[in-house]
Ligand binder design. Structure first.
Ligand code: GLU
Length: 282
């Protein structure tokens, strides 16, 4: 069996908080229990929101927590060509189509909500003729590319993935993936030639990741990742979803909720052990 390889993949669009600390600590602990290696990956495809100072802070905060990782670290913003290549493979299979809808149009025509509670895309632009597509492109309308999910699922058939938990050492279970819950997801955004889903799948394969450990908030996204793995013929991975750190109001920590960063806590005198205790990690 191949050597277990895990990854912690933060986005440098803010400072790390206790939720990130739990995720990182659990990933390193799981790697140790499995006799494998934990990698760090910087997920900075969003050129607007991601900042080099936040990347530098990730390195420093994780080292402060006592974690180390193999170098060089994979940085997604250096890999746009590879994501475009993967998108082109899907395009060659006739599985990608251009979408010109604005946020308002998407919300107005939504056919429900996706597992994240966002408006479920009605597939409006799937039906555009070639002439209409060319006209919009020539006019300079902003374009994003979506996966034709029905055509994609017709190719792959029923999809399953392997889940382990609550402990990383538990016996694996087989689960069905349900990509239909997400509709035609965006794989190349208007502002960046890739998306979270596409880059994650390309990079998990490139890094030979065997176990994905991440928070329960990202569990539903696995549907799309498993579908993309099958379409791009990459190996599948074993998934492990961990609990989240919640604030006093029972909400997930986030920058928008003004959750204290590890930096803030450190400035208040917290030690790495205090962080471990606070996230229930012993
Ligand atoms: N970059 C994602 C985040 O910071 C996590 C990616 C993943 O674990 O698949 O939320």
């Amino acid at each position: 069996m191949s050597q277990p390889r895990l990854r912690f993949a933060p986005s440098p669009n803010g400072l790390l908080h206790l939720g990130h600390a739990l995720s990182a600590l659990l990933t390193w602990d799981a790697a140790q229990k499995l006799g494998g290696t934990a990698y760090l990956r910087i997920e900075d495809i969003d050129r607007e929101r991601c900042k080099p100072e936040f990347t530098a802070a990730i390195f420093e905060d994780l080292a402060w927590l006592g974690l180390s990782w193999p170098e060089p670290v994979l940085v997604q913003s250096e890999r746009f060509e590879l994501y475009a290549e993967a998108a082109n493979r899907l395009r060659d299979m006739d599985l990608l189509y251009p979408c010109f809808c604005t946020r308002t149009e998407i919300a107005e025509k939504a056919i429900g909500t996706d597992p994240d509670g966002a408006p479920l895309y009605a597939g409006t632009c799937r039906h555009l003729s070639n002439a209409e597509r060319i006209e919009k492109l020539e006019r300079g309308d902003k374009v994003q590319f979506r996966l034709d999910s029905q055509a994609a699922m017709a190719r792959t058939g029923l999809l399953t993935f392997t889940l382990v938990g609550p402990s990383i050492l538990d016996r694996p279970q087989i689960r069905y993936a349900r990509p239909e819950r997400w509709g035609d997801v965006v794989l190349q955004r208007k502002d960046t030639p890739t998306s979270y889903h596409l880059s994650v799948v390309v990079d998990d394969a490139a890094q030979g990741i065997t176990h994905v450990t991440r928070g329960k908030d990202l569990e539903a996204a696995t549907d799309i990742h498993v579908l993309l793995q099958m379409l791009l013929a990459t190996s599948t991975v074993c998934y492990h979803f961990h609990r989240l750190v919640l604030d006093n109001a029972g909400e997930k920590l986030s920058k928008s909720r003004k959750s204290p960063s590890l930096r803030d806590l450190r400035a208040e005198g917290w030690t790495p052990d205090d962080v471990r205790r606070a996230v229930g990690f012993h």
